[in-house]
Design a protein around this ligand. Structure first.
Ligand SMILES: Cc1cc2nc3c(=O)[nH]c(=O)nc-3n(C[C@H](O)[C@H](O)[C@H](O)COP(=O)(O)OP(=O)(O)OC[C@H]3O[C@@H](n4cnc5c(N)ncnc54)[C@H](O)[C@@H]3O)c2cc1C
Length: 298
């Protein structure tokens, strides 16, 4: 690792000024759990580390419409401690609880997971499925971005060098909705070799009004599988015609297979990923349906 200067700005404006001034020589630092790994591998060699901790970008706040805003510097464990998240977004706690180790979750932040733009991110697929937005700030002002436009390629996002991600915003989670993210990994501390997030909203007790299927770790960036998602919309599903749900699921899975040709890499081959994705998608659709049905009955 090269020599570097550690800078700890006292406020967001100062942090933006440093980043604008130092350009590509500087890197924002959140928990460091991705950044330090890439640094030690020689993939980056920043001359200035700009620590974002202490800028007040932590915590969860509930917006007027019932959605939430998650501060980019919130650690994974702090979200697991959030009563609001546990009560209203319990599927998120399932995901967070299965990321890294306690030590990693104490350091790793939501913003770092998104800004690192790894295809193996466990949060990107579910946040995309939920229709999340990202808020970023630079010296010349703030902007709000749809997460679906955020990821460009591995390690690359639409953020410029002098921009800081401040929040991730989630729309209200409807009572008629169900969501889940399932992943396959080789061992407890491994990154996903394939992941599938499904978010479904029902209408009139049994009609699927909205659906989104998002795959992670199978392509350079997380991918929204639009045709397969659309197949589910308008379908009439309830407990008495669950067989139809299985047919629909099979159709959606076939479409997923057509739409995405998984990557080949050290973690898994393309054909293995294809099989895993089929099985995870079928399971995830079923779980999301059941969760949506349950939430209607509550
Ligand atoms: C042992 C181990 C296990 C892991 N397990 C998992 C896992 O199960 N699932 C998973 O998804 N990930 C896993 N990770 C990856 C990593 O922990 C997460 O991606 C984590 O959330 C990254 O957050 P961070 O705060 O540490 O980011 P950092 O390493 O600090 O930053 C990552 C990148 O984002 C930039 N950045 C960070 N915050 C901002 C911001 N607010 N604005 C602009 N740029 C920013 C940094 O400059 C850097 O380029 C694991 C890592 C390790 C080492």
């Amino acid at each position: 690792m090269n020599r570097f200067d550690y800078l700890k700005p006292a406020g967001i404006k100062e942090a933006c000024t440093i980043l604008a001034d130092k350009g590509s020589k500087a890197k924002p630092l959140a928990g460091g759990t991705d950044l330090l790994v890439r640094w030690r591998k020689g993939k980056i060699s920043p001359e200035y580390l700009v620590d974002l901790k202490g800028l007040g970008l932590e915590g969860v706040s509930v917006s007027k419409d019932g959605g939430i805003s998650i501060g980019a510097l919130s650690t994974l464990n702090s979200l697991l401690d959030s009563e609001y998240i546990c009560r209203n977004y319990s599927f998120l706690t399932e995901i967070l609880d299965d990321m890294g180790s306690v030590q990693i979750r104490n350091r790793a932040t939501v913003g770092g997971n998104i800004c690192n733009a790894s295809s193996t991110s466990d949060l990107a697929p579910i946040l995309l499925a939920l229709g999340a937005k990202a808020k970023a700030v630079a010296l010349d002002g703030e902007r709000e971005l749809k997460l679906e436009t955020f990821f460009l390629s591995p390690g690359k996002t639409v953020l410029s060098e002098n921009e800081i991600l401040t929040d991730i915003q989630l729309p209200p989670f409807s009572k008629k909705s169900g969501a889940v993210y399932l992943k396959m990994k080789r061992n407890a501390m491994d990154l996903a070799l394939a992941g599938v997030a499904v978010f479904l909203t029902l209408q009139d007790e049994d009609t699927c009004a909205a659906a989104k299927i998002v795959l992670g770790a199978v392509s350079p960036t997380p991918v929204i599988v639009t045709q397969a998602s659309d197949e589910l919309v308008g379908a009439r599903i309830n407990e008495t015609n669950i067989e139809k749900a299985a047919d629909l699921t099979a159709k959606a899975v076939t479409l997923v297979e057509k739409e995405v040709r998984p990557i080949d890499n050290v973690r898994a081959s393309s054909w293995y990923r294809q099989d895993v994705v089929k099985s995870l998608t079928a399971q995830a659709i079923e779980i999301a349906y059941k969760r949506a049905l349950q939430s209607i009955k509550k």
